[in-house]
Design a protein around this ligand. Sequence first.
Ligand code: SF4
Length: 230
Amino acid sequence: MSAPGKHVRLTPIRVPDTLVVHEIYASVQGESSFAGVPCTFVRLTGCNLRCTYCDTPQAFFGGTRRQRADVLRDALTMDTPLVELTGGEPLLQPGALPLMRELADAGKTVLLETSGERDVSGVDARVHRIVDLKTPSSGEHARIRWENLEHLGVRDEIKFVLGSRDDYQWMRSVITEHRLARRVGHLLVSCVFGSLAAKDVVAWMMEDKVPARFQLQMHKYIWEPSAQGV
Ligand code: SF4
């Protein structure tokens, strides 16, 4: 989707004991190597990118500023083995870092879904960072923070969302050039929903022996593709 106000920067939120929260809910994890596992999603408000395929524009604005302790309590109350911070872009809010630490302290397996534009080096080492590498057709390709690759390890995952054959070819080059299969635990490949045929991408991956995991956004098949908070 194209959105007005492209690249408009949010007013920085510099109060780490509060967070602006769009929603907290429990569901099944729809993506990543944790797909299918019950998960609590803490969706924070705000994003400084405007990807062409974004399916959560409702999280760009609004939300409720809440005490971090209250967000932690609500996330733990859901009582799922996984908790994911998502958005929007969670790392725009300084309070996201201590919240992830506190969730890990509480024994949760913590996932962070991030656009790859923010610095991930300060994220607690126990957190599984799922980092997008924005493909050319996303419209936000130039915002990739390549330095992040140096900080990723076997706990982490890199995600490519493909909207075209050109995106696929770009992905192959990046995987090879940066030796990504050796850097992270999983490379994830998915299609922009409704714009690229999954069977084509799978065929390309098989033919080229791409060292990555193909995934479908499970929640879009369980519920209506446009459903929110599920
Ligand atoms: S980074 Fe994520 S939330 Fe932000 S515009 Fe892109 S897809 Fe949407």
